[in-house]
Design a protein around this ligand. Structure first.
Ligand code: 4AD
Ligand code: MG
Length: 432
């Protein structure tokens, strides 16, 4: 007898198979028991009819606790009433691992309780759906960059540099030296772009931010493409194509997960329309002022109410271009005719999900970059290798970073970024 996974049921209709699964839920009467089964690939229903099986099997089914691991034998059938479309008529059950007093029950639990049980909470259908969307975004990311001629390069996690400013660094000892956990691989990706042309990284990054918002994680995953001989306008095109590609692939390949999450697919479809709108920082400030935001002045960074208002003025993700130099990192290219702004853009997701991409064209002039490093109070010696990139064949280049978890949160339509990563690291959470 073949052992199959639930997801492959469609290929085994009418066959008697074995399935290893957990009992997610159970209902029974005197004559019939319904087991909600999950094996990690999908959920479906197992049915035990008292009159059709040995008495022992029926009694066993009736007594199964939530999350008991079982080996089920039975016949796969079509089930037109369920969204999944298939079920199993059970003839045999073997208990593999017992489960008693499973802490997560179908009743409502508080978020702290669920977060403390994250190692178990991951088994529930909504969390499962979120992780499937996350997996699809990861898969589609590799497909996009592989088919567009990018080489994957892995920057180090332990570093001595601080591209995004020194306030949010995770300090650690590196034998006798001080080191940080990487807050961005960008500087290394710039070196890689000079060696390979078009490159991307995909790895964990760390921000020791004391912020407790629904958008901030301490450890998050970032995709950082970097492209040699490329100006900002062309980089924006890569960015919007990439994001539209992610949305389209989630629509194509995560239909069931989106249903579980109750996500509006028509709305998602709109996010595949290109190009995405662009608005300058200057115009964004004007727009906010005109609409009653009295707290914003030219030169301020946007907070989430500002970003949400700007995003709501458009139907797709929107690029905000050319922020004030004073609020952006040292490496950005100065504007050709204005001293106060730099050539950069943030992509703001719709529906209040905030910034999902930060990117820019990079400064190429040796003297300018050196001056910026000094002005930002960074240690010149640490950046000597970075300055070499401006000494030996410096070329226009641009890149960006997309936050994986912000993107998962947006596309799944969940409330909080903490549910977009298997084991979130938050300001007050290192467990589990
Ligand atoms: O805007 P950021 O800080 O940009 C960089 O790190 C650049 N070096 C990227 C580059 O040009 N190569 O971060 C980029 C993205 C943000 O837009 C956001 O999506 C995500 O990373 N991000 C976070 N996600 C979750 N929690 C946090 N604390 C985040 N900080 C940034
Ligand atoms: Mg940013």
């Amino acid at each position: 007898m073949e052992q199959i996974q639930i997801i492959d049921s469609k290929n085994h209709v009418g066959e008697t198979v074995k399935i290893g699964a957990w009992v997610a839920n159970k209902r029974s009467s005197g004559k019939i028991a319904f087991l909600q089964l999950r094996d990690g690939t999908a959920y479906f229903q197992g049915i035990v009819v008292k009159s059709e099986v040995e008495e022992e099997v029926f009694q066993l089914a009736k007594g199964l606790n939530q999350e008991t691991a079982v080996l089920i034998t039975g016949e796969v059938r079509e089930d037109t009433r369920s969204k999944f479309g298939y079920e199993i008529g059970i003839t045999g059950i073997e208990v593999v691992g017992e489960s008693h007093d499973y802490p997560i029950t179908p009743k409502e639990h508080g978020t702290d309780f669920l977060m403390d049980h994250r190692h178990l909470w991951l088994r529930s259908s909504k969390q499962h759906a979120v992780m499937q969307v996350r997996n699809e975004i990861i898969r589609a990311t590799y497909e996009f960059f592989n088919t567009n001629g990018f080489v994957k390069i892995d920057p180090p996690i332990l570093t001595g540099s601080a591209p995004e400013g020194t306030t949010e660094l995770f300090h650690t000892n590196y034998f006798d030296e001080e080191a940080y956990l990487s807050q961005s691989g960008q500087l290394y990706m710039e070196a890689a772009a000079m060696a390979f042309g078009k490159v991307f990284s995909f790895g964990p990054t760390f921000r020791a931010e004391k912020s407790k918002t629904r958008r901030h994680l301490i450890e998050f995953w970032m995709i950082e493409p970097e492209m040699a001989f490329m100006h900002q306008e062309d980089s924006l095109e890569v960015q919007e194509k990439y994001v539209a590609f992610l949305v389209q692939n989630v629509l194509d390949n995560c239909d069931y997960a989106l249903d579980v999450l109750g996500r509006d697919k028509e709305l998602l479809k709109k996010y595949t329309n290109l190009p995405f709108p662009r608005i300058t920082y200057d115009d964004a400030v004007e727009l906010l002022k005109k609409n009653g935001f009295e707290d914003i002045e030219w030169g301020d960074d946007f907070g989430s109410p500002h970003e949400t208002f700007i995003a709501n003025s458009f139907e797709q993700p929107v690029f905000i271009l050319n922020y004030p130099k004073a609020i952006k990192p040292f490496y950005m290219k100065p504007h050709p005719t204005r001293e106060d702004v730099v050539i950069c853009a943030d992509m703001i997701a719709p529906e209040g999900y905030g910034e999902i991409i930060g990117g820019s064209e990079r400064a190429t002039d040796y003297e300018f970059v050196l001056e910026q490093i000094r002005q930002h109070g960074l240690d010149e010696k640490e950046y000597s290798w970075y300055l070499d990139l401006r000494k030996y064949g410096s070329v226009p280049h641009s890149g960006f970073g997309l936050g994986l978890e912000r993107t998962v949160t947006w596309l799944t339509g969940i409330e909080h970024v903490r549910e977009s990563i298997p084991f979130p690291r938050l300001l007050n959470r290192l467990y589990p």
